[in-house]
Design a protein around this ligand. Sequence first.
Ligand SMILES: [Zn+2]
Length: 175
Amino acid sequence: MKALVIEEFGGPEVIHLAELADLEPAPGEVRVRVSTVVVGRTKDIATRAGRPPFAEQVPGFPHVLGSEHAGVVDAVGPGADPALIGRRVAVSAVLSCGNCRACQDRREEACSSFGLIGVHRQGSYAHSCVAPQSNVSLLPDDVPFAQAAALAGNGPVARAQLDAGHVGRGSNVLV
Ligand SMILES: [Zn+2]
C-alpha cells in the first residue's frame, strides 16, 4: 500500500511517499480504507517535529503518522465483526484497555495501556490503517467523511468536558 512515512523527525519535508506492505488486521481489529485524516497540532505536527509529549514514544522508523480518520472497512481480523466490511466508519485514535477504572470513567488518557494510533502504532497517513474494532463508530450515510474524522478527533474532548461539568439536557453552556 502507499503511505506517507517519516524516517526522521523534522519539518514537513521529512514526510515522503513510500510503498509499504499491506496491513492485515490482528484479532479484534478492523482494516479501514482511509478516506479522510485529521491533522492535529499535538499528535501529528508536534510528533513529526520530534517534540513532546509524544515524539519519544514513536516506536521506530519508518513511521506512519495520522490519528483520527474516516473511511470504509475492507477487512476484519479473527473475532471482529465481518458485518462491518463495506461499512462507512470514523476511527478514534485513543488506544486503551477498556476495563480499568480510568477507562470506565472515560479518562482513557489515565489508562496504563494508553496509546494513540499514529504515535504508538502505525497511523492513517496511508491507503489503509488497522485499529481495534472498539475504536470504530458507524457513520450515517449523510455524514461526510471529513466531518466524521473531525468529530472523532474533537467530539470526545467536548464530551469529556460536558461530562466533567455535569452538563445535561436543559443546561446552558457558554462557549
Ligand atoms: Zn484502561
